[in-house]
Design a protein around this ligand. Structure first.
Ligand code: FAD
Length: 538
């Protein structure tokens, strides 16, 4: 089916939420909550997903966007975790091939001994992940390495290993899961924070939500409640059993550079002098570089600041590998995200396991924390298993036969879709390529929604704004710019040039008056300024 846009966004239907008996309510619309939402629907459960701000506005739009097993955890001896991650990659690829682009990651080594160590790791990774022969690594040096990555300082890094990983668009993966869950009869609401938990006979039996369509908080009942609030997990636990477990937040920063400044061809895995991995990922005209990994104790969990020394650190790693002398003013944009890690005493953030855990409180609140984007399908299954275990009657539910996943309804792979579009549409090839990678087999429908460029020379079209509002629950300019189109990442310059036109179209579609349009514009401009002039944030 085409997306069934949540029917609950208007105030009259929101009021009726209190009359619906949900099987499960999921708190948090990041990848974890969105995955659980879809999985619940697949198993025939009536689910409500409630997100305090926008879907994917937390950690799930701030990642490195790799669907990967985390090869580096091999050195901590976390074999099972790496094995699981390496295999989960293939499940994401199968479900959403447009959102899992195969890439060859170049891991560079300063000497033969280190290269040998990496080789053993990569071989083990491929063995654990059951990587197909044609996708296995290649060792390169000398002219071959120079041909692949001419700007690499080969005196310092004479060896390289190319191995297979997958690249996604994290926020769009979340949105696709939310839409799939809605098509399975679920209800999803953004900008709807959960304020408290309802209790009945000593058990958690629902939530109260705040929604702009209603003056008062609305009580919504459900057999089961899941806390998938990422960095906010402790805040939701505080509504129930605060002492259950504790989380540590680790901040990760990325910077965006122009590809003309950092001329790389490959996705690169660089190892910093302190042993930390730093990825440099080219995407069209930009390269993003990240990430840092340090304990975060600040109060702003939504927009953690990007600090001067963090930018310097990332540029230092790049400069050491590419002999470039990149300076902070060359940073076009930046972002920071928080990893919700399960505290392990005496361990540094880099050593804390990324393993996910499910906890059940005495009153039955199910909490899922930790984990990675890559393992979200498995995490969702674990949570729904727990829901069914608490409520054995759910075992009798008939699983849905509807396996629709937005953008992946046709068997044709993204490469085939692109070829057909290139043949049939008279549109810039780069625009088409992007549309296919972000929207899969819905690319044509997006194109049909409006081909006009957002700004002269841009690689994004107004149809994407239309699609964001009508199909992807976008309500504010930030939703469109940051999580649907992602201009600060892929076209930082367009973010500034294109916002006026985006605001006009959104005002028309959402009925904003001029004061509201200007307020939205003002908000997005100051947000962009903060990301694009990191030095102001120190
Ligand atoms: P979030 O995405 O933060 O979602 C939680 C949501 O809950 C938020 O949207 C929040 O608004 C909502 N919420 C909070 N309180 C309430 C409330 N009271 N009511 C309603 N809603 C509420 N993983 C990978 O696999 N590959 C990578 O390359 C990768 N890179 C990473 C790089 C960085 C810098 C970071 C920080 C993480 C990275 N990860 C990566 C990990 C991955 O991004 C996270 O594991 C994942 O995004 C966590 O998703 P989540 O849904 O649990 O949390």
């Amino acid at each position: 089916p085409r997306n069934r846009f949540s029917t609950m966004q208007d105030s009259s239907s929101v009021e009726t939420l209190g009359e619906t008996a949900f099987d499960v309510i999921i708190i948090g619309g990041g990848i974890t909550g969105a995955g659980v939402f879809r999985q619940a629907g697949l198993q025939g459960l009536k689910a409500l997903l409630v997100e305090a701000k926008d879907f994917a506005s937390g950690t799930s739009s701030r990642s490195t966007k790799l669907i990967h097993g985390g090869i580096r955890y091999l050195q901590n001896g976390e074999w099972a975790l790496v094995r699981e991650g390496a295999r989960e990659r293939l499940r994401v690829l199968k479900l959403a091939p447009h959102l899992a682009e195969p890439i060859d990651l170049l891991l560079v080594a300063p000497n033969w001994f280190t290269c040998l160590k990496y080789l053993i790791g990569v071989r083990l990774y491929e063995f654990l992940g059951q990587v197909r022969r044609e996708d296995r690594h290649r060792l390169i040096w000398g002219k071959a390495l120079a041909a692949i990555e001419p700007s690499l300082d080969r005196k310092r890094y004479p060896y390289g290993i190319l191995y297979r990983e997958y690249l996604t668009d994290d926020a769009r993966l979340v949105l696709a899961n939310v839409r799939a869950g809605c098509a399975l009869d679920g209800v999803a609401l953004n900008y709807t924070p959960v304020e408290s938990l309802l209790e009945e006979d000593g058990r958690v039996a629902g939530v109260t939500i705040r929604h702009r369509g209603s003056k008062n908080p609305i009580a919504v009942k459900a057999a089961c409640v899941v806390n998938a609030a990422g960095p906010w997990v402790p805040k939701v636990l505080a509504m129930d059993e605060p002492a259950l477990k504790s989380l540590i937040l680790s901040k990760g920063v990325h910077v965006v550079l122009a590809r003309s400044d950092l001329r790389i061809n490959q996705c690169c895995l660089l190892v910093a002098d302190d042993g930390r991995p730093v990825f440099a990922i080219p995407a069209d005209e930009i390269v993003y570089v990240g990430t840092t990994d340090s304990i975060y104790e600040g109060s702003d969990l939504t927009w953690p600041p990007v600090l001067d020394h963090e930018v310097q650190y990332l540029l230092g790693v790049v400069n050491a590998h590419f002999k470039l002398g990149l300076q902070p003013p060359q940073v076009l944009s930046s972002w920071a995200g928080l990893r919700p890690l399960i505290a392990q005493s005496g361990k540094a953030t880099t050593e804390i396991s990324r393993k996910d855990e499910v906890w059940v409180s005495r009153k039955g609140l199910i909490t899922i924390a930790g984990g990675k984007l890559t393992g979200y399908l498995k995490m969702a299954e674990l949570v729904v298993q727990q829901v069914v275990q608490q409520h054995p009657v759910f075992r009798d539910r008939i699983p849905s036969a509807l396996k629709w996943f937005p953008g992946a309804s046709q068997p044709q792979p993204p490469e085939g879709l692109l070829t057909s579009l290139l043949d049939s549409e008279n549109v810039d090839a780069q625009i088409l390529k992007r549309l296919v990678r972000r929207y899969g087999d819905e690319a044509q429908a997006v194109l049909a929604s409006g081909r006009e460029l957002i700004a002269p020379g841009a690689k994004m079209i107004l149809g994407q704004v239309y699609w964001a509002v009508t199909q992807e629950y976008a309500q504010t300019m930030e939703d469109v710019v940051y999580r649907r189109l992602r201009t600060p990442l892929y076209e930082p310059d367009l973010s500034v040039r294109g916002v006026e036109r985006i605001s006009e179209l959104m005002a028309e579609m959402l009925g904003w008056d001029e004061a509201e349009r200007l307020r939205q514009l003002d908000q997005i401009r100051s947000r962009l300024a903060a990301d694009q002039h990191f030095l102001d944030n120190t």
